[in-house]
Design a protein around this ligand. Structure first.
Ligand code: ADP
Length: 209
């Protein structure tokens, strides 16, 4: 991970990023852009869970009401899915929407220990609550996701404050947590995120942390 002579392509396998942020902050959009930029595998637990619901699997049937209510799916189910997805993956990973509880964060540490990987940084996209609500109203009008109603969104936000925000402290203690503003154009936030990754991955030395 360390070393300032490496280029992104030389280190792509070693970069593992967690995207962090409230519902509507833009984790999915920015995870996709960073995955392309750094050659990473984009793992979205929301997409994985929705695919199970859409395919009508047993798991999908079990979790669909939870998702529609805007509650978190249980840790064991989510971690099991993540494990399956990572089993044969050789690229670095950008985790989008995971971990969402302190228990998931601790299990991710264990997964990375098994695979010999290491977390490079946790990128938090900061967006004020009024803007999140404005974005959600816009999304609800377009109705492209069954959990994008205002009621569900408010519940997702409550779950975020209660169960996901404590994950911030978990990562702060390791010096891995970086916050960037998610306001303004997508390209501006993308630039800020790229800069943060480069700082954390390519230019940090053990003494900086
Ligand atoms: P958003 O960040 O906008 O809420 P996601 O697509 O990441 O959207 O998640 C949608 C829903 O999928 C969540 O409200 C939750 O029900 C479920 N989900 C996604 N990731 C997790 C996770 N890591 N742990 C538990 N539930 C999850």
């Amino acid at each position: 991970m360390k070393g300032d002579t490496m280029t992104p392509s030389e280190t792509a396998q070693q970069i593992n990023i967690v995207m962090f942020g409230a519902p509507g902050a833009g984790k999915g959009t920015h995870a996709e852009l960073l995955a392309k930029r750094f050659g990473l595998f984009h793992l979205s637990t929301g997409d994985l869970l929705r695919a199970e619901v859409k395919a009508g699997t047993d798991l999908g049937k079990r979790i669909q009401d939870t998702i529609i209510r805007g509650e978190l799916v249980d840790d064991d189910t989510v971690v099991e899915l993540v494990n399956q997805k990572l089993a044969n993956e050789k690229r670095g990973i950008i985790f989008d929407g995971f971990p969402r509880t302190v228990q998931q964060a601790s299990l991710l540490d264990t997964i990375l220990q098994w695979t010999g990987g290491e977390l490079s940084c946790v990128l938090s996209i900061d967006v004020p609550e009024e803007e999140l609500i404005r974005r959600m109203n816009e999304r609800a009008r377009l109705l492209h996701r069954s959990d994008d109603t205002i009621e569900t969104f408010c519940h997702r936000l409550e779950e975020y404050h209660a169960k996901t925000e404590p994950v911030v402290e978990y990562y702060r203690q390791y010096g891995l947590f970086v916050s960037v503003s998610g306001m303004g154009a997508i390209s501006e936030t993308n630039e800020r995120l790229i800069e943060s990754v480069e700082k954390m991955v390519f230019f940090s030395s053990p003494d900086d942390q």
